[in-house]
Design a binder for this molecule. Structure first.
Ligand code: IYR
Length: 222
């Protein structure tokens, strides 16, 4: 049986309630300006910015501290092209028959289609993989816990970090996306979770005029 890890005093900075409210209000304003962006500028982003944001993602709370994620960062034009071609092939099938009509109707306001030029234009693609199970030195399976929740939280933290530092993102989910395992040489205990597109928005980028639910609609207090 494993034993309890040594414990250390928590390092925590306490904030007084007035400042806490100011921070919360300012952050809410800043985060509510985040939009999913589909048109990118062909403009470089420093690798160090991406690395720091990935360290934030890697600090996410997760099941039994298994950290069941892998972030494959794509910056080479050749790999972006391969990913675009494979994704567009799946998307063509999706938009021209695989997707049920109700799904296509739900997507109509967004104006999406099978063309994904952003997969080549944006400076970074981050393919996020969820580790369904771990492997020990002998190749035996090690159980992971709350994998979907853990990777979802890490991805949310990554999106928030990237927005905070001044970058735009797109959560892209070509379906199915098994091609990512092959192209990025990820083992079969990892399942592609999401393809995150990262960069600066194009000068003329437009976003759909859609709104978020109000606080009253999304929260209840008891
Ligand atoms: N994967 C497709 C379809 C798509 C699905 C949902 I749900 C969206 O919110 C947006 C798109 C595509 O990327 O076009």
């Amino acid at each position: 049986m494993d034993t309890k890890a040594p414990h250390l005093p928590l390092a925590f900075s306490f904030v007084d309630p007035t400042e806490m409210q100011e921070r919360a209000t300012a952050l809410a304003k800043q985060m509510r300006s985040r939009r999913t962006v589909r048109d990118y500028a062909d403009k470089a982003v420093p690798r160090g910015v991406i690395e720091a944001c990935l360290q934030i993602a890697g600090s996410a709370p997760n099941g039994a501290n298994r950290q069941p994620w892998h972030f494959a960062v794509i910056e080479s034009p050749e790999m972006k092209r391969k990913i675009r071609l494979a994704a567009e092939e799946e998307e063509r099938a999706f938009y021209n028959g695989r997707a049920p009509q109700d799904w296509l109707d739900a997507l109509a306001p967004l104006g999406t289609d099978e063309n994904k030029p952003f997969l080549e234009v944006a400076p970074y693609l981050i393919a996020i993989f969820a580790e369904s199970y771990g492997l020990d030195d002998q190749g035996n399976k090690i159980k992971n816990y709350y994998v979907q929740e853990s990777v979802g939280i890490a991805t949310g933290m990554l999106i928030m970090a990237l927005h905070q530092v001044g970058l735009a993102t797109l959560t892209h989910t070509p379906s199915p996306m098994n091609f990512l395992n092959e192209l990025l040489q990820r083992p079969k205990n990892e399942r592609p979770f999401l393809l995150l597109v990262v960069g600066y928005p194009a000068q003329d980028a437009q976003v759909p005029a859609i709104s978020k639910k109000s606080l009253q609609e999304i929260a209840s207090f008891f």
